[in-house]
Design a protein around this ligand. Structure first.
Ligand code: AHM
Ligand code: MG
Length: 338
């Protein structure tokens, strides 16, 4: 039940907890809130107007872009460019980083990385999609254009991260490193209301989420872990339940609320995993750790990986701590031949 605090009020309230805060991050989060409302509106009319379907172009990873991918990318970029807090944007939908080198961009201290519309192939079939974002303080000096190094920082340097899920209701979930908070959008008044303060994931869960169609090429450790999930051990709540939407934000959100694990290991089509480190795995991992869960590439903490490329992919295991520990143990005990 909402306690009638809005996202805007909550952001201001939290800012007071940091005496040195200048308000720029708060203002940046407000820009995201605005773009989220616009994208929410567009997604909700996707079935009504001729806006769904392929856009005819491919993004840098060779995937077909949907119209709403492009729309969301433009809206989030425009919301960032219109204010003074962001000096550049990295996006799944942009081949290269976009640097804001006008006067206000030069003096802005944050960069943002985003997947403006993740899981967008689900829109045509009325399944939930999401926006994911990750915010860093720039490392290049103020007064100069930002550069790629500002974006290639490890995830443990994030100052904020969040996602918006456009589902049966639209929600915005974010962290600034002090817990995870969720806000549900009330479209009748155009406001995000606090609905999930201080979200925590159970340490142990009973849901596993993976695209089992790729099974044949999974690492041995993952195959063994899946068998473990399916074994009949009622005292241990096994067999677990399999749930896979194929939309990271939705699968993640459900697992965070109920307890579970999401896995995207290496596959035949994606030998390094499918998901992108900088704007999918890092922000989700920051949120997951802040909610008391764990995120790993199978061997190491996602947030400690030093990125080398903007669109880098990584195997991904995220969710309830004990479940991620378990899959790591299986991977350690059953290494694949290199
Ligand atoms: P996208 O960024 O091209 O939308 O791909 C990311 C999506 C995730 O949301 C989802 O978890 C995953 O890809 C599903 O992949 P698959 O269809 O291979 O199971
Ligand atoms: Mg994506």
């Amino acid at each position: 039940m909402s306690d009638m605090r809005t996202l805007g009020e909550f952001i201001v309230e939290k800012q007071h907890e940091y005496p040195t805060a200048s308000g720029e991050l708060s203002s940046l989060l407000s820009s995201i809130r605005l773009a989220a409302k616009i994208v929410h509106r567009e997604i909700n009319k996707a079935g009504l107007v001729d806006i769904t379907g392929g856009f005819g172009s491919e993004n840098v990873q060779g995937e077909q872009q949907q119209k709403l991918d492009v729309y969301a990318n433009e809206k989030f970029k425009a919301a960032m460019a219109a204010r003074d807090q962001v000096c550049g944007v990295g996006s799944e939908e942009e081949d290269d980083v976009v640097i804001f080198d006008e006067a206000h961009g030069l003096n802005a201290k944050y960069v943002i990385l985003m997947d403006p519309l993740d899981g967008s192939s689900n829109i045509d079939v009325n399944v939930s999609v999401g926006t994911i974002f990750s915010i860093y303080r720039r490392i290049s000096p103020l007064g100069q254009p930002a550069n790629l190094d500002d974006f290639l920082q490890p995830g443990n340097k994030q100052v904020a991260a969040g996602y918006i899920i456009y589902g049966s209701s639209t929600m915005l979930v974010y962290t600034t490193g002090n817990g995870v908070h969720g806000f549900t959008y009330d479209p009748s008044i155009g406001v995000f209301c606090l609905s999930h303060e201080n979200m925590r994931i159970p340490e142990e869960g009973t849901i596993y989420s993976i695209n089992e169609g790729n099974y044949i090429k999974f690492p041995q450790g993952v195959k063994k872990y899946l068998k473990y999930c399916q074994e009949n051990e009622p005292e241990d709540n096994r067999p677990y339940t399999s749930r896979y939407i194929g939309s990271l934000v939705s699968d993640f959100h459900r697992n965070m609320l109920k307890g579970g694990i999401y896995l995207y290991p290496s596959t035949a089509a994606y030998p390094s995993g499918k998901l992108r480190l900088l704007y999918e795995c890092n922000p989700m991992s920051f949120i997951m750790e802040q909610a008391g869960g764990k995120a790993s590439d199978g061997k190491q903490r996602i947030l400690d990986i030093k990125p080398t490329e903007l669109h880098q992919r990584v195997p991904y295991f995220v969710g309830s701590t004990h479940m991620v520990d378990k899959v790591e143990a299986f991977l350690r005990d059953s290494p694949d031949q290199e």
